[in-house]
Design a protein. Sequence first.
Length: 693
Amino acid sequence: MKLQRLIVFGILTLVTGIYLFWDLPNPMMLTSNPPSASTKLLDRKGNLIYEIFFDQRRTPISLKTLPAHVINATLAAEDHDFYKHSGFSARGIARAFINTFFRRSLQGGSTITQQLVKNALLTSDRTIRRKIREFTLSIIVEIAYSKDQILEMYLNQVPYGGTAYGIESASKTYFGKSASELNLSESSLLAGLPQAPSYYSPFGSRPEQSKIRQIYVLDQMLSNKFITQAEHDQALETDVKFDISTTLKAPHFSLWVKDLLAEKYGLKKIQEEGLVVTTTLDLDLQIFAQDAVATEVAKLKREKVGNGAALVTQPKTGQILAMVGSKDYFNIKDEGNVNVTLAKRQPGSAIKPITYAIGIDKKLFTAATVLADKPTCFAQANQELYCPVNYDGQWHGPTQVRFALANSFNIPAVKALVITGLSNFVATASAFGFTTLTDPTKYGPSLTLGGGEVTMLDLVTAFGVLANTGQRVNLNPILEVRDRFGQILEKTPSLPANTRVISAGAAYIVSHLLFDNGARSATFGQFSYLVVPKHPEVSVKTGTTNDKRDNWTIGYNPDILVAVWVGNNDNTPMSNVASGVTGASPIWNKIMSFSLKDKAPHWPVQPPDVIGGMVCSLSGLKVPDPAPADCSPRYEYFLKGTFPPVQGDLKKNIDGQDHMVIYDPLGVELCLDCPGGYGETNIIRLDKNGKAY
C-alpha cells in the first residue's frame, strides 16, 4: 500500500513538473521581445490620429555610465532589497500568496529579477503557472548572472511608456537627453513609471499621477537612506521640463482612448499586437473645436480666464465627435496636458434642467406651475440656514417654471428641488449618468445650483437623456477594434443599448423650455450667443458658479450636443464672466454652428404623452371661456393628466384692494398683480430626505 502511494505521488510530481516547466525558456539567452507592431488610432473617416507604442525603442546603456541616483531611484521604486535577496522576496511571495488564495486576486510581489524574466522570457499572463515559472527562472538567472548584470539588463529592458523601452530611450523620449545626464528629480520621475507606464506617464491622460508617483519614489529613497532630506526637498522643488516635440493629434482624446484600451486589452496587447482602432472622432470637427477654444480663451485674459474645454457628441449613439481637454495640450507650464473633460468641476446652473426634468416627469409640477421668486430660506436639520439669491441680485416675484428655467432664476430652482426631494434627485441623477453624485447626505438644497462636483463627461451624458427622448446612451469613443490580421475584436452597433430614465414627454417639455428664446430674453436678450443662426430648435443652458470658478454652456438638438467650460485649473475665480455674453457661450456658439452648418433644423418630435393648450400668463391655469381681461392667454405643453384646472375667481382683498392670489406647490401665497414688495422672507423646512414639508 505504501509503495502504491509513493508511485502515485511520483507520477503526480512528474506530471506537475512537465506541465509547469515544459518548454521553459533558456535563461542563458536573455534577449529582447520580438518586434512589436503599433496600435493605430483612426478617426471615423480613417484618418490616423495617433500611434500607440510604435516600436520598442531600445538604446542599451552600461550600468556604470549611470548616475547613482538613477540606480537608487529604481531600487527604491521597485526593489530596495535587490542586492540582498536571491531573486525573490519572501515578503512579496507571502503577500502574493494571501492575495491569490484568500482574496482571489493574483498579484505580484515581484523583484527586479522577476520583472526582467517576465518581460524578456515570459508573458504577462496572470496565472499561477506563469508565476511559478517566473520564480524558477529568477533563481536560475540569479545564479547565472551577477547583480549588476541583472540590473543593467532590467534597465535596458523595462517599458517606461509610449515607445520608450529601457532607461536610455525613456530619458530621450521624455527629456531629450541621455540617461547619464539625468538629475535626481528626473530620475525619480522615470523610476516611478515601469509599475504602470500608461497610468503614470506625464504624457498620458492623467499627467498629475506622474507627480504623485514621483513624490512616492523620493519618499522611498529618503526612507532607505539613498538621499538626504535636503536632496529630497530640492528634488521636489526642481521643475521637470519635458520634451514635447512629438506630433499628436486630438491629444486628450487619443490618450484617454489609449487608457481605455489598455484597461480592456492589457498594456502588452496594445503595445505589441498591432490593433487598428477606428474611433468616433471627427478630426475636422476636432481641429475646429481646438482652435475655437484656444482662440476664444486667449481673448479672455482680462477676465482672468486661463483655460477652456469642449466636448461634442451624438445624443442617439453616445459617440464622441470631439474632445478638447484644454486650450493647449502641449502647454505643460499651464497644465495644458490635464484633461478637464475628466476632471470634477461644479456645474453651476447647468444642472438645473435635470432638476426640472425629474419634477415634471414625476408630475410634481408643470411648465406652467408658478413658483415664488422671493426672499426664501431653507432649513434642514443639522445644516445652516440656506438663503440663496439670484445671479442678478434681484427678485422676480411669481414666475412660471418655463420662465424660471429659461432665465435661470435660483430660488424657483431650489424650490423645484425640495418639492422633488434631495434623495429622489440624487437617486435619479445616477440614472441620468452622474457618477459623482451618490450620497444625498453630503449635499443640501444648493445641489440644484451646482453645489456638487461632476465631470463634463457625466454632464454631457445627462443632457444626452434630454436630447434623446428621455433615454440614456453611455458615451463611447470607439467604433471598431481589429487585430493586425483584420479580425474584428469589437464593434459598436449603430444604435447602442439605451436606458429609459424619464418619459419622452418630460424630455420634450424641458427641451422646449430650453430652446424658447422669447422665454429667456428677459435675462439674455433676443440676440445672445445662445441663438444659433438657422437653428432655432437648439436647446441650451448656461451655468456659472457663485464664486465664478466655473462657467458652462451646454446645448443640443436631436443630432448634436456641445458642451463648453471655461475657468482655471487651479480654481482661481474669474471676473466679468456673464453667461450668454462672455466666457463659454461664444465658444459654444462657434462649435455648434460649425457642427450644424450643413444640416437642416431638426426639431424634436412631440411624443404622444404630451398635450398642449392655452393657459393664463399670470396664473398658469387653464383659460376660462370667455377669457377674462386679466388672463393674457399663452400656449403651453403638459404631460397627459397634468393640465391645470380652469382659472376661477382669484380675487382677494389685500389692504383694501382686490388682487389676484394663488398658492404655489409649497403653500406660499402669491399675489400675482401686487406691485413691488415681496413681504417677509419665507422659511421652508426640509425633512431628512431634503424634501419640503
